[in-house]
Design a protein around this ligand. Structure first.
Ligand code: AMP
Length: 286
C-alpha cells in the first residue's frame, strides 16, 4: 500500500494507473477509521481496480467553536485497517499540502446546505464541497464512495457533481452500526460510559421512526412528534433537530414519500451525534 503526502505524489501514481486503463475508486475520510469507513473501502475494492483513501482532517469544514484540534487521530492504526481491506493508496496530506497560504477558491452551494446540519454549521458544506472537489481532481477517480451516515453530505456531493458536470459516479453506502444499534462514528470515542448508553436513544428513535413509516404514516409533523417523544425518554439527550426533508433538495416537507430523509442531530453531553433513515430504505437499524 502506497502512502502519499502531497497531491503531486498522488498524481504521479494515478497517471500510471490511468495509462493502464485502470478504474479508480476514492473514499474520502477524516481518519480514526472504523468499520463504517471500511465498508466504503470494501465497496470500492469490489467496484474498482484501484482504491485511494484520503485521511485528512479538513480544517475548512470546521467552525471556530468545533472540535478541529481535538478530533481523534491514529494514522498507524488507520493504515493497518486500510491494508487489511485492500486499499492501494492512502493520501495523508498536511493542511499546508492542500491549502496554499493565499488559497481563495471555494465551492459554494445554495439551498441544500441551509437545513439539517448545515443550518447550525455555517460554512461546513462549503468546506466539504471544496475539499471533495480537490480530492476528485487529485485522484482522477472514476467512482467515489460516501456513507449514508452523513446523508446531507451525500446529497450535497451528488448535487455538486451534477451541477458542475464532474465526471465521477457517486456511490452511497449503508450506515454501519455497533451491535446495539449506535451508528459507528469517530466521535463516539468522546462518549463516557454513561453517555455511550444514553447515545442509544438515537438508533432507538430511528427504529421507532421506521416502524411508524412502515405502518403507513406520511405526515411529517406526526412523525416528528413521535420521534421527539421517544428522544425525550433520555434525559441526557439535547435535541438539535429532528427533520423530515425531501431526499433530493433537503428542504422540509409537510407530507413525505419514499426516498425522503428523516434525520436528527442530538447532543449527548458535549458530543454531537447524528443518525437518519431514508423512507422506504431496506436498511433497518437492528
Ligand atoms: P468521516 O471520516 O467521518 O468524514 O467519514 C468519512 C466517510 O465515511 C463519510 O462518507 C461518512 O459518511 C462515512 N461513514 C462514517 N461513518 C459511517 C458509518 N457508520 N457507516 C457508513 N459510512 C460511514
Amino acid at each position: 500500500m502506497i502512502i502519499a503526502k502531497t497531491p503531486e505524489d498522488v498524481k504521479k501514481v494515478v497517471s500510471g494507473w490511468k495509462k493502464e486503463g485502470l478504474k479508480i475508486g476514492l473514499c474520502p475520510t477524516m481518519g480514526y477509521l472504523h468499520e463504517g469507513h471500511a465498508s466504503l473501502v470494501d465497496a470500492s475494492v469490489a467496484n474498482c481496480d484501484r482504491t485511494i483513501v484520503s485521511v485528512f482532517v479538513n480544517p475548512i469544514q470546521f467552525g471556530p467553536t468545533e472540535d478541529l484540534a481535538t478530533y481523534p487521530r491514529d494514522f498507524e492504526r488507520d493504515c493497518a485497517l486500510l491494508e487489511e481491506h485492500g486499499a492501494d493508496l492512502v493520501f495523508h496530506p498536511d493542511p499546508e499540502d492542500m491549502y496554499f497560504d493565499d488559497f481563495c477558491t471555494y465551492v459554494d452551494m445554495d439551498v441544500l446546505p441551509d437545513t439539517l446540519c448545515g443550518a447550525s454549521r455555517a460554512g461546513h458544506f462549503r468546506g466539504v464541497c471544496t475539499v471533495v472537489n480537490k480530492l476528485f481532481n487529485i485522484s482522477k477517480a472514476d467512482m467515489a464512495f460516501f456513507g449514508k451516515k452523513d446523508a446531507q453530505q451525500l446529497a450535497v456531493i451528488k448535487r455538486m457533481v451534477r451541477d458542475l458536470n464532474i465526471d465521477i459516479e457517486i456511490y452511497g453506502c449503508p450506515i454501519v452500526r455497533e451491535d446495539d444499534g449506535l451508528a459507528k462514528s469517530s466521535r463516539n470515542t468522546y462518549l463516557s460510559d454513561e453517555e455511550r448508553k444514553a447515545a442509544l436513544i438515537l438508533s432507538r428513535t430511528v427504529l421507532e421512526g421506521q416502524h411508524i413509516c412502515a405502518a403507513g404514516e406520511r405526515n411529517s409533523a406526526a412523525l416528528k412528534e413521535a420521534m421527539m417523544k421517544k428522544l425525550a425518554e433520555e434525559p441526557m439527550a439535547d435535541v438539535e433537530y429532528v427533520e423530515v426533508v425531501d431526499g433530493l433538495n433537503m428542504q422540509p416537507v409537510e407530507e413525505f414519500k419514499e426516498g425522503d430523509l428523516v434525520a436528527m442531530a442530538v447532543r449527548i453531553g458535549k458530543t454531537r451525534l447524528i443518525d437518519n433513515f431514508t423512507v422506504g430504505d431496506p436498511d433497518i437499524v437492528i
